[in-house]
Design a protein around this ligand. Structure first.
Ligand SMILES: NC(=O)c1ccc[n+]([C@@H]2O[C@H](COP(=O)([O-])OP(=O)(O)OC[C@H]3O[C@@H](n4cnc5c(N)ncnc54)[C@H](OP(=O)(O)O)[C@@H]3O)[C@@H](O)[C@H]2O)c1
Length: 264
């Protein structure tokens, strides 16, 4: 599918469906060359985060690509606030590293740090402020369960545009512990039963799901029951398409058919 295909958010803004991520493989590393190459190959949606500790090199890659700012969709995520720091100050520091005046999407990376201090609503108010100030064209969340979404939806002025998903713990997925309390989860067929409630709650409330870890069935837990299903679908599609189809393409299409943005 062309990288031009878009998914529309609750504020009418259109997001390129496929995002190139600067976490996981690039976590804490210089992302400049990878980002430049991704842009040269038609990717315009770039997923960064304060936590990845490489926003400056994401910015360098963007600059090196020569692509006009208006043709890119740049995302970063709020990690933690130092004592006394505001959401606006934190985003301004990110903008400086990225070398841009605004981001297209700013996400709270995890509900955990704010929830721990009972400050989730307050953090969301800070997000609303940066949205109104034009520093983030859209605002959203990441790794939020239904109960976390309910906290910020209660009395909010702006409904989150996106949730990069978190689902309750099941048997098969990888996880990271951040600040001792965050379990980051992925969206793929092995966790669909657990993820479904979050995706459907988002659909009911106009919150688009963005997925990460979508390639897990083939790259992290190969050998499971999904392998045979992927193979059957792949072979059927190869016949109708008359060209090779990869398991990765089938998985990506599966995520897209759930209405989710694909971050890989
Ligand atoms: N919001 C959050 O909390 C959160 C958490 C994790 C990640 N993310 C975001 O999501 C991005 C993606 O991370 P991920 O963990 O989801 O990684 P992923 O897309 O599942 O990719 C993991 C590995 O799969 C292989 N792979 C990817 N695409 C493939 C393809 N088309 N064909 C064959 N193999 C393929 C690559 O391995 P090789 O390198 O060996 O080729 C890659 O390193 C991150 O960079 C980050 O931006 C967000």
């Amino acid at each position: 599918m062309s990288t031009n295909h878009t998914i529309t958010l609750n504020n009418g803004i259109r997001v390129p469906w496929l995002a190139f991520g600067t976490g996981t493989a690039l976590y804490g590393k210089d992302a400049a060359d990878s980002v430049r190459i991704a842009i040269e190959n038609g990717i315009t949606h770039l997923d960064g985060a304060q936590m990845y500790n490489n926003e400056d090199t994401l910015g360098a890659g963007i600059k090196a690509s020569g692509k006009p700012r208006s043709e890119l969709y740049i995302v970063t995520k709020l990690n933690v606030l130092s004592p006394g720091e505001t959401v606006k100050e934190s985003l301004e520091a990110s903008l400086k590293k990225l070398g841009v005046d605004y981001v297209d999407l700013f996400l709270i990376h995890s509900p955990a740090p704010a929830s721990k201090e009972g400050r989730l609503k307050e953090w969301w108010q800070g997000m609303e402020e940066v949205n109104k100030a034009g520093l983030a064209k859209s605002i959203g969340v990441s790794n939020f369960r239904v109960e976390d979404l309910k906290v910020i939806l209660d009395g909010t002025q702006i409904v989150p545009a996106v949730n990069q998903v978190f689902v309750p713990r099941t048997q098969i997925y990888t996880f990271n512990i951040v600040n001792g309390c965050l379990v980051q989860i992925e969206l793929h067929p092995y966790v669909w039963k657990a993820a479904r409630a979050i995706v459907e709650f988002g659909q009911e409330h106009g919150i688009v799901t963005a997925s990460y870890g979508g390639q897990t069935p083939i790259v992290r837990v190969a050998g499971g029951p999904v392998d045979g299903v992927l193979s059957t679908i792949r072979q059927r599609l190869e016949k109708t398409r008359g060209q090779p189809v990869s398991s990765s393409q089938v998985l990506t299409k599966w995520i897209l058919q759930k209405g989710a943005i694909v971050v890989t």
